[in-house]
Design a protein around this ligand. Structure first.
Ligand code: MUC
Ligand code: MG
Length: 367
């Protein structure tokens, strides 16, 4: 079975409620649908979300690098040669979401060819994950109202609160308001997207020490090498590396350098193959992981839950699987649903991604 075509289709779906955080904001899901075609008629599907402020990729750059560099490199190869495919893709540095989407589309093909779900091929640990919802920047009362609505509508009881604004006391107050409104049983953790300095972060963590936070993520830049080590050494909660550790080698550097004590795995940037490398490295080192969200649509979310549910250690904490709820529409024929705070994988062959052709025609940007 040979790869005969790789499509990179730009599409745009507006958000009903934009997500705002310290490094940027998202108003439209301007993603790229990636479809890998084989000579046997099997098609693998995934999506690449451009996050210019995090990886430097744009919708245009993803379409270009797949069309001009990656597709010509892998045409004629087989989906079973994933290591050889990655050796070719990795000649080019960067472009993580473009590479990840190709990787996941290849796994989708393998699942379809074997008539097996990808989750089973990856590890088959469980069929669902608890869901964590990201609460973006807004006045504290609106953040509380959103969390309460999400809890009451979907049964979600874990929230990642975006912080990193100035003065930091506003974010501390918002976290306190969330804890007071939601009570002691809800899990809360924070993500600064590098918005604070190390000393602001340390002060904020001290002032929140009674809030029972589960994790703190990327509060200050990893480039503040000594400041970040100093911060992490005094943090009483695990300190998650997200955008500072987007590859297995960076994960090693952050952990061994004492700049992180937990890792966010995002299939949107490491696909399934490299996400397994990161996961297994973390397991070997005894470091906890959380399945993160690249502000994914439903296709990306299905990929995240497929990977997260497949492994014991990635299924342990709630995965960030709900931001698609803020989009006005999506491309799946059968939309994802979150019930009792959990999201299930799709049974059946491959990833279970079935694209609605009318929706794709409506939202694609290249015609
Ligand atoms: C997150 O965890 O940081 C926001 C920026 C990004 O790269 O991912 C999101 C969520
Ligand atoms: Mg993050």
């Amino acid at each position: 079975m040979k790869i005969v075509k790789v499509e990179a289709i730009p599409f745009a779906i507006p958000y009903a409620k934009p997500l705002k955080f310290a490094s940027g904001e998202v108003h439209t899901a301007d993603h790229v649908l990636v479809r890998v075609h084989t000579d046997e008629g099997l098609i693998g599907t995934a999506e690449a979300p451009p996050r210019p402020y995090t990886y430097g990729e744009t919708q245009e750059s993803i379409v270009a690098v797949i069309g001009k560099i990656f597709a010509p490199q892998i045409l004629g190869m087989t989906p079973l040669e994933r290591e050889a495919v990655h050796a070719r893709l990795d000649r080019t540095i960067g472009n993580p979401t473009a590479k990840a989407a190709i990787d996941m589309a290849l796994w989708d093909i393998l699942g379809k060819a074997a008539q097996m779900p990808v989750s089973g091929l990856l590890g088959g640990y469980t069929d669902r994950m608890r869901v964590s919802h990201m609460v973006g920047f807004a006045p504290a009362d609106q953040m509380v109202a959103e969390a309460e609505r999400i809890r009451d509508t979907y049964g979600i009881t874990t929230f990642k609160v975006k912080v990193g604004r100035r003065p930091y006391g506003d974010d501390v107050a918002a976290c306190r308001a969330l804890r007071q409104a939601l009570g002691p049983d809800v899990e809360l953790y924070i993500d600064g997207n590098r918005g604070w300095t190390a000393s602001e972060s340390a002060r904020a963590l001290r002032e929140m020490s009674d809030l029972g936070l589960t994790f703190a993520e990327e509060l200050c830049p990893a480039d503040d090498v000594l400041g970040r080590r100093w911060l992490v050494a005094q943090s009483t909660v695990p300190f998650i590396a997200d955008e500072s550790a987007t590859r297995a080698a960076e994960v090693t550097r952050e952990l061994l350098g004492g700049s992180a004590t937990a890792i966010s795995i995002k299939t949107a940037r490491t696909g399934f193959t490299a996400s397994q490398r990161v996961l297994h490295a973390c397991e070997g080192l005894g470091v906890e992981v959380v399945m993160g969200n690249q502000i994914d649509g439903q296709i990306g979310t299905l990929c995240t839950v497929t990977f997260g549910a497949a492994h014991r250690t990635s299924a342990r904490y709630a995965g960030e699987l709900s931001n698609f709820l803020d989009m006005t529409d999506d491309l799946l024929t059968e939309p994802l649903t979150i019930e009792s705070g959990t999201l299930r994988i799709r049974e059946g062959a491959g990833l279970g991604i079935d694209i609605d052709p009318d929706k794709l025609a409506r939202y694609r940007q290249d015609r």
